[in-house]
Design a protein around this ligand. Sequence first.
Ligand SMILES: NC(=O)C1=CN([C@@H]2O[C@H](COP(=O)(O)OP(=O)(O)OC[C@H]3O[C@@H](n4cnc5c(N)ncnc54)[C@H](OP(=O)(O)O)[C@@H]3O)[C@@H](O)[C@H]2O)C=CC1
Ligand SMILES: CCCCCCCCCCCCCCCC(=O)[C@@H](N)CO
Length: 351
Amino acid sequence: MVWSPADLLWSLTNRAPLSVFESICANLALVFGATLVFDQVYNLLRGNQFQPRGKHVYVTGASMGLGRAVAVELAKQGAHVTVVARTESTLKETVELMKQAAAGQKNPIEQQFHWVTADVTDREQAIKALDVASTHFGGKVPDIIMTCAGVAIPKLFVEAPVEDFEKQMQLNYFGTLYTVHESVKRMVQAGVKGKIVITSSTMGLVGFTGYSSYSPTKYALRGLAESLRNEFVMYGIGMHIYYPGTMFSPGFENENLTKPLITREIEGSSGLTSVEAAKGLLKGLSRGIFAITTDFDTNFLRIAGKGVTPSVNIGLDYLLGLFAPFGAGWFMMETNMKVKSFGKKLLKKDL
Ligand SMILES: NC(=O)C1=CN([C@@H]2O[C@H](COP(=O)(O)OP(=O)(O)OC[C@H]3O[C@@H](n4cnc5c(N)ncnc54)[C@H](OP(=O)(O)O)[C@@H]3O)[C@@H](O)[C@H]2O)C=CC1
Ligand SMILES: CCCCCCCCCCCCCCCC(=O)[C@@H](N)CO
């Protein structure tokens, strides 16, 4: 095997040739190392792909949780931000937090912070909110749209009313769609090469007990993002999708009220604060990543189910992808076992 890159390098040391096994390992290590270096160099050459300073960013679901944290981080980075949700009082709080965050900047610019109340599941309200947000900028559509509004109502399938399925699809999918559709139409018309960032979930990459009404809404967003990423190439509009894992937010506290114990057991207790998640999301955007993750498990699931989604790091994704089936198989077996024993207790009979 003296012809392979690793063998050639090794031969420079004048030691006994590598065995076939050693050679394979060494070559894999070389590819692995090379992709890491390539990724760093590529990122350096490409530069920062997300510069919100002086841009107008429109954030839905920004009265608390992830959306609020994103808005505050953007304020720190010098963006003009319009925050949208249904509750005036908490939106005003977000505006205050943004002002405080912006005040701490090194080279502050004159920034605008606005709030608009709207129920984004109502198409007319969603469109009107965009109009209102634009009025402060001479009628110009925002440069960057980030949709964070969403809800989870975890329950066992047979205990969940059909209304739960409808409600979550209406907010998570259509609530996102209405805003994205209207804003992109305006961007195209005005020739704005903007960016769209939508929020899915780990549950947009995997499904398990308790999330039958939620997971499909987040998978739907994946389909939307995948289609639009390709379509927007013709306009120079950037499309991104964020797959957060657990975030300790007001929404999370709320969903835990209905969450079956088995669902908690499967999902575990680790998670990020909304601020950590928001920072991770913005970092992913600055690297120009299409499918953004901020935790190990979700990144693993992204790689395991990659299909024809653009890579984060081609070599690394491919290498980790070699191991993905083992992790996925393990997770599936473990989860099946957990659910089976949960079922025995619940139904008090053998399944
Ligand atoms: N927390 C988690 O563990 C995870 C969350 N996600 C997703 O991340 C996103 C943010 O989650 P999180 O921060 O926990 O959510 P929160 O419930 O904490 O916040 C949700 C935000 O959306 C707004 N909102 C809710 N309904 C509407 C509506 N009809 N119209 C307009 N705004 C609305 C809320 O404000 P108001 O009530 O005032 O309208 C609030 O600002 C969601 O899409 C969620 O599905 C994904 C993975 C994990
Ligand atoms: C090597 C093993 C790899 C497989 C790991 C799979 C782990 C799954 C953990 C799922 C955590 C759920 C997070 C999202 C929850 C969510 O979206 C709701 N909380 C919404 O608010």
